[in-house]
Design a binder for this molecule. Sequence first.
Ligand SMILES: Nc1ncnc2c1ncn2[C@@H]1O[C@H](COP(=O)(O)OP(=O)(O)OP(=O)(O)O)[C@@H](O)[C@H]1O
Length: 251
Amino acid sequence: MLKVQDLTVAVDGKIILDQIDLTINPGEIHVLFGPNGSGKSTLLGTLMGFARFKVLNGRIIFKGNDITYLPVYERARLGIGLSFQRPPTIRGLTMRDMVGICSHGEADADEMAERLNFSRFLDREVNHGFSGGELKRSELLQLLAQDPEFLLLDEPESGVDVENLALVGNTINQLLDRDIPDTNHRPRKVKREQRHKAGLVITHTGHILNYVNADVGHVLYQGRLSCEGNPLELFKCIQKVGYGECVRCVV
Ligand SMILES: Nc1ncnc2c1ncn2[C@@H]1O[C@H](COP(=O)(O)OP(=O)(O)OP(=O)(O)O)[C@@H](O)[C@H]1O
């Protein structure tokens, strides 16, 4: 679904990502680990097409299309969606209207918000005064409405309390077609061969791995993808020996 080849990216003239190669197949969830400042959000922002990230070299291929220089809205139209680490506030626009925009007027905002325990926020301005955990659920509500094929999730669990963590995890599984809600909104597992949607998820705490069954983990270290493997094993290794030691096996 996504193929990143030899991607080098700069921000304000400074190289942040260096020669990134990454392939994510349909149905796969990949996890991105890495220390603060290693370039994780830069990679997600570059895949989404934010203008501040300048591609100096390499290509981004999505569903067979070269999207390296496509604007954000065309990438969204092709099926890419992103939840921000720190989402912006939009004054003058309610969450309800935002759900309408994201879904081209097709989503039932009340039903979707209820699934996320978010009904009381629908008539507030987008992200205005939201707490850390509320911001994350706001992002997921907008993604539910957009229903993208490929999801970029930047620390979806950060600031989320233990009870809402399960809600966030279950919603991510639904967004990624791992679970489909039945008529009573209870999750029903989707078989591996029937899964199509894919995603790339940044996590520091690893909590989300307790809910989302990720396929491949990567370590981004000093702007380079330095290690790849089973996400839980990689996370254990990072916890035990730290990032610097963890990537030594390949550098
Ligand atoms: N305008 C800029 N000039 C110089 N460096 C910049 C600029 N903008 C961003 N950076 C640097 O790019 C690096 C990568 O940032 P990024 O947000 O991608 O890191 P991250 O891996 O997501 O970090 P975190 O885990 O802390 O969220 C950081 O060191 C940041 O300071």
